[in-house]
Design a protein around this ligand. Sequence first.
Ligand code: ADP
Ligand code: MG
Length: 285
Amino acid sequence: MLKFLAQKNNEQTQQKSQAKVIALMNQKGGVGKTTMAYNVAHALNSTGKKVLCLDMDPQFNFSMLFGQEQSDSNIHHLLINSIRELKSLHSPILISDVLVKSKTGIDLIPAGQELSGFELSVAGINAPRQLILKKFLEKNNLLERYDYIVIDGPPTLGLLVVNILCACHGVLFPFIPDSFSEQGLKNIRNVLLDIEDMGIVETPKILGYIPNLYEGRRKKAKEDFEHIRNEFNDGEVFSPFLNRAHFARSMASKKSVFDYEAQDFKDLQLQFLQVVNSVQNQLEN
Ligand SMILES: Nc1ncnc2c1ncn2[C@@H]1O[C@H](COP(=O)(O)OP(=O)(O)O)[C@@H](O)[C@H]1O
Ligand SMILES: [Mg+2]
C-alpha cells in the first residue's frame, strides 16, 4: 500500500513538473498575437510561474520585444538540428547557444527569418514532419524546466502552424472583432479538425477567443462582435481589449502592461490575469 502511495505521489510530482504549452494563433497578422503572447507570459510570471517564450514567427516580433535582433542561431537551427536525417548537413548547435535567459523567470527561444524556409528544409525527411517541434521540446527536457511555454504563432497556415498545434496543450485565438476575422478563425479551426483526424496527438484545447482592438463605440463593431461571439461557442470568449494608444506605446517601448509606468494599466493587468486564470483552470485542473 505504502509503495503504491509513494508511486502515486511520485507520478503526481512528475505530472506537476510538466510544462503546459500554449500558443497564440491566428492566420491573420496585426490582430495582437505577439502583444497577447508577451503580456500573457508576464501575467503567468506574475503569478509565480516559470515561463519559456517561444517565437515561431519568421518576422520574430516576439523576440524583438526581448531586445533580440536577427541572429544566426534561433529556433529554426535548433529544429533542423533535432532531425537526425538533417543533422549531419548542419553545424551543431546547443539550446544554450540560443536560449535567452532572464532573471525574472521569463526565458526566450528567439525566431529568425530562416523559419520561413522551414517547410522546404524538412520537405524530404522520412520522420513525421508534423511532430518536429513536439519531439524537440520533449527531447530537450524543456517541459521539465518550465511551468508554461508560450508560443507566438506566424500569420500563416502551413507546416509551422501544424507543428505548433501538435506541440501545444491549448490555443488562444486573438482576433479583431470584424467581419474579416471570421474566415481566418474558421480556417485555423479547420487545421485543428485535421489534427484530430490525423489521430497522432491529442488535439489542443481551445482555451478561448480574445477580442482585441475593439472599437466598442462603433455600432458595426458591436454587431460584428456579437455575431462572432455566437459563432464561436466552442471556447470562452474573453472580454474585449479596447484599441488603446498607450497600450501600443507600452509595446513600442518593449514593456508589458505589468512593467509599464502608467496609472491606468490596472484594468489591462486585470484583463490579462483573467485570461491566465482561465487558462490555468482549464489546463491544470
Ligand atoms: N489593444 C490594442 N490597442 C492598441 N494597439 C494594439 C492593441 N493590440 C495590439 N496593438 C498594436 O497592434 C499592432 C499589431 O499587434 P501584434 O501583436 O504585432 O499583432 P500580430 O502578432 O497578430 O501580428 C502592434 O503595433 C501592437 O502594438
Ligand atoms: Mg506577431
